[in-house]
Design a protein around this ligand. Structure first.
Ligand code: MG
Length: 387
């Protein structure tokens, strides 16, 4: 395989750091061309000195001088601001753009990368939730493949290799998060610290809170629907607390294919970077006799209303999933700032979905407008909660 030149948008986050770990293990196959970070200047500097990308971007302009001074002795160009990320992803020195920024902010640079014909390794599910129809249309138009990095979607993608058959349904597995067995009453007052303690996966704060509320699985259902071109009623969420099966595909003859492995995000990251090849990785291997038991059950809509909200939003279509996503981003930050209780997250999302302007066939401009409106409405609801 030819050496691939990689841009990592969000290199100091959980996915970005694990991607650099993968790259460091295969210096003959990958090299970093661009690293970007929002605020973590010290880690960005450290990564840049180690991996020597052509350019780095620190999105927070206040930190530009710090990064620029530290990297002065090296042959690395330093830029600031989101505008620079949007420009630099177009560089002909980049083959693959790993979109690993958090939340809605990943949308704009991903669109620029698609329009310049890059391979997109997509870790940012909010991009497809907010603007799935636009992103997938542009991906076809510009011939820029969107490859999944999310572990479930990578599993489905791996199960589909070599298949031309119709998919009967996707079985999207969910760990159930830290509150899988927490009763509804206790769920009202769980703390930030408890919510941030995920049993199986090591991830950033936003996705960990989304996992605790199970909104993550709602977002992933929508992401799967766009990536694999399936209606929501063909995507079934199955709770599987051990996270050994990363998801499954059921075909029309009743056969089911699953992808299994120890939970380690480096596997789906590497698969997206090396696709269609599969290369070695020193992950923990499954020991089947030691596994003893794999369990499965349906999600509880009473305790985890976020799942039903996601199905409702996606079935309604238009900009509704974008509204839901914007409200969720706002509610999750409010919870992380101790402004609202955990069980108010889905409530705020639901109320925002009722109030925000609905657009049947949104343009990209409508999507940006919707995101801002949904966040403003959710912020207003949060303000009322805290009065
Ligand atoms: Mg996932």
């Amino acid at each position: 395989m030819n050496k691939r030149r990689i841009a990592i948008l969000g290199s100091t986050g959980s996915i970005g750091r694990q991607a650099l770990d993968v790259i460091s293990r295969h210096p003959d196959k990958f090299e970093t061309e661009l690293l970007t970070a929002n605020n973590n200047a010290s880690l960005l500097i450290e990564q840049a000195i180690r991996f020597r990308p052509g350019s780095v971007v620190i999105c927070n302009g206040d930190l530009y001088q710090t990064v620029s001074d530290a990297l002065d002795p090296y042959d690395i160009k330093v830029f600031a601001g989101m505008g620079s990320v949007n420009d630099l992803v177009k560089s002909s020195a980049i083959d693959i753009v790993l979109a690993a920024m958090v939340g809605f902010s990943g949308l704009e640079p991903t669109i620029h990368a698609i329009k310049s014909g890059k391979i997109i390794a997509l870790a940012n599910k909010e991009t497809l939730v907010a603007a799935g129809s636009i992103v997938m249309r542009l991906s076809r138009e510009y011939g820029s493949p969107v490859l999944p990095v999310d572990s479930e979607h990578s599993a489905i993608f791996q199960c589909l290799q070599g298949e031309r058959a119709e998919i009967e349904k996707i079985l999207l597995t969910a760990s159930g998060g830290p509150f899988l067995h927490t009763d509804a009453h206790t769920l009202r007052t769980v703390t930030k610290k408890q919510a941030l303690r995920h049993p199986n996966w090591n991830m950033g704060a936003k996705v960990t809170i989304d996992s605790a509320s199970m909104m993550n699985k709602g977002l992933e259902m929508i992401e799967a629907s766009w990536l694999f071109n399936l209606p929501p009623d063909k995507i079934e969420i199955v709770v599987h607390p051990q996270s050994v099966i990363h998801s499954m595909v059921q075909f029309t003859d009743g056969s089911i294919k699953a992808q299994l492995g120890a939970p380690d995000m480096r596997v789906p990251i590497q698969y997206a970077l090396s696709y269609p090849e599969r290369i070695s990785l020193d992950t923990e291997r499954l020991d089947f006799p030691a596994l003893s038991r794999l369990s499965f059950f349906a999600p509880d809509p009473e305790r985890f209303p976020a799942v039903s909200l996601a199905y409702a939003a996606h079935k309604q279509g238009g900009n509704m999933a974008c509204i839901m996503n914007g409200a969720n981003e706002m509610a999750v930050s409010a919870f992380l700032e101790d402004k609202i209780l955990f069980h108010r997250i889905p409530h705020i999302i639901e109320k925002t979905m009722e109030k925000c302007s609905f657009v049947v066939a949104p343009s990209l401009e409508d999507i940006y407008r919707t995101h801002a409106e949904a966040k403003a409405l959710a912020a207003e609801l949060i303000r009322k909660e805290t009065e």
